[in-house]
Design a protein around this ligand. Sequence first.
Ligand code: ZN
Length: 457
Amino acid sequence: MKQRRLGVRCLRRALILCLTAPGLLGARVQPTHGFNMFSAQEELKAGQQAAQQVEKQLPVLPDSDPVTKYVQNLGVHLAAHAPGEKWPYTFHVVNQKEINAFALPGGPVFVNLGTIQAADNEAELAGVMAHEISHVVQRHGTRAASKQIAAELPIALLGGLLGRGALSQMAQLGLSFGAGSYLLKNSRQSEREADLLGADIMYDAGYDPHQMANFFRKIQAEGGSRAPQFLSDHPDPGNRFEYVSKEASTLPSKKYRADGGEFQNVKQLVAGMKPLTAQQIAAQQRGQGEVTGGNVTPSPSMKTLEHDVFSISYPENWQVYGDRSSAVTIAPADGISQNAIAYGAMISVYQPENTYAGLDTNTHELMASLKQSNPDLRLVGRDEDIRVDGAPGKSADLIGSSPIKDSQGSVTRERDWLVTFVRRDGSLLYVVFIAPDQDFSQLRPTFEQMLRSLRVK
Ligand code: ZN
């Protein structure tokens, strides 16, 4: 919580002394702590594993790139002023157009090139980076993961996972911190904490914290296709501009760093670069995994999967990927590759931000989260109320891009049928039935049969 140290001694001395030693005086936000199942070592390991995954999933510029070098220098300077545990921070630039940045547990910070293109001065960029550093300081990622593990405690208990360490529990529950993971989607409370601590860090590093507020306001105003990604990962708690400005005004004014030639050079460099859109990156990812789409016809005879939290019947010639305690995919072998699924069903549990928000709100929150890994996913028509195993549920049809290419090599449309319903603990159990749009109606009877067989334990 916030503690203010009054500069009593300062008041007795000449004002000029106070102005020259602002770091020792004035208001300071203290980093928050919370329930966390991860040891410091696990925190580091989780971040490193996720960083490796991110390097595979996203077009990260090499460390030798001049833009990366600049961001690294700025990051190291900011991190030197971060309070709390000294995590080994690393800084990376993603060659992506949308304005965004994210931080992984234990130090890796990623900034999209679009963020640098959008920053009008170094302080604005420093604000975004100080915000990310503040997520690391306050261990927001592993705190969110710990909450999720605790929410899935019955599965952890059944799976004999307790006492095995937070990282292995996470893996068993099918949770990860990779790019697009909903664990990187911060709660509004975490956002507020990162904003306030970030404002202090950038101030201590010599930047005007009002510029953080300005940049957030700019993102909000920009709207359009570039901005929402940042706001989706870092949602505005409601009055961001006001409370950041207020925090900034509690700090004694001082002479802030002016933009040096380095910032101008980098601005010029990035102005000439053409970063990829989220959509292009997703298409490239799908291109890496080849789905043959060969024999995907479901066998009429069915088998039953006994999972720890549900049971479901599925065509005998399809396979189950995942184990009985994690998220599973049920698909024909030819309909799936290592990183893409073109035919089949995915069944998983989603932990909403607020379990009491209701099925409707939480289903939409889940859709927003699914959209992060499939940016071109969109709802067709309206979602409908249905019953699943006697419980109220929601059904929604979505359209996205299929990993199956047509004969000309172009992307084809995919239909995703999403079904959600609330579990006793307030989390959502959801199923996504997937097929290329042109094949969906052929598979619908099989999908319906699977859904009718679904029983929750
Ligand atoms: Zn954030």
